[in-house]
Design a protein around this ligand. Sequence first.
Ligand SMILES: Cc1ncc(COP(=O)(O)O)c(C=O)c1O
Length: 431
Amino acid sequence: MHDFLTDPRFAGIEKFEGKVWLSSPTMHGDEQKWVDDAILTNWVSTVGQNINEVEKGIASYLGISYVVGLSAGTAALHLAVRLAGEKLYGIPQAHHGVLEGRKVFCSDMTFDATVNPVAYEDGEAVFIDTEPDTWNMDPVSLEKAFEIYPDVKLIVLAHLYGTPGKMEEIRRIADAHGALIVEDAAESLGAKYKLDGKWVETGTLGQYSCISFNGNKIITGSAGGMFLTNSKEDADKVRKWSTQSREPAAWYQHEELGYNYRMSNIVAGVVRGQLPYLDEHISQKRKIWERYERGLAGLPVKMNPWDREKSIPNFWLSCLTIDPEAMEYVERGDLDEHWTSEAGKSCPGEILGALAAFNAEGRPIWKPMHMQPIYRSHDFITRAGLASKDGVMTSDTGSDIFRRGLCLPSDNKMTEEQQDRIIEIIKRCFG
Ligand SMILES: Cc1ncc(COP(=O)(O)O)c(C=O)c1O
């Protein structure tokens, strides 16, 4: 292990007294009020005013008709995928997932919660490579995927790190093939996208969309998520599934498989206190991204890109990639990595190690799904077509961003002084 604190390159830099986080919860006070309200009025359950209010609040913020509060973004994604599966393929036999024997086109560079629901429903995720302009699903590779598998009818995609993907192109391709879109807006709540000349919110761009209030998200409930749709019938179905699929009888009556996925009124109290601060958090995160961009200018690095004409990200996480010629030699295994220090060059492992030594939290770029042991045997489609399996293909965009990129400390409570010190640490890594 390299000792960064005694490395002369970092002389004069002080370790942070309190940890600077990647992205931690930021409470404002009202959260306590609404949680107390739930407890004092005895609505300590999966029904209550906090849930009603946050469902209304999110519907109005996003401009979507129906919102169902759930226990997690993952639960929302599961029910969205199941619903899309039933629409496309009908109700499955008992003990069979609705996607059994079906392929689904999925974002490759995302958190695994985006794609796992396809496996929960016995489907087979086919991963679509990433484009370099926004780091999301590549429409060109998606078109290629439909050439190879024209019968696929479902696309599951995410907006990575709060940056909207190329939704106009993707929606056009989906429509041309009669495919449904499940949109994972877990990381992008509050990000905007210009669709056919009109600004809309991420979370309204799929037939079914999902958001998350996990503790690291732009606003949080400590946990929680939401299912979003413009169809009342679909929202009613998801609400029913999320509360164990009870039929309207005096006793427990069940015709369909159910889940215990409903949001708690306590969790909703935290979200209710956070919601008025969503725009403030976004503007703080944007300032952080812009300060990094200015501070890192002159280094052989690029910030995570976005389409300035068609999107306004929520800037949830600031990231960078190191230019290819400034990358040190790195060997990465499944669980560890080794690099060789070289003057004027660096690598994500070195920068993350230096940040950690000075008590700041960064993170590697989310490792693409086609490289994950659990999904390595799945098909992976790039602009060139079907890539070779078993994670050996390295010329795709996703694995290149993973190799050269990292997520920077992006906490909205980080002070300018702290961020400047982080920028200085990164500069010294290239010394
Ligand atoms: C892209 C993405 N999808 C889904 C999830 C899952 O959300 P949750 O943690 O609320 O289940 C997360 C993060 O947690 C995420 O980053």
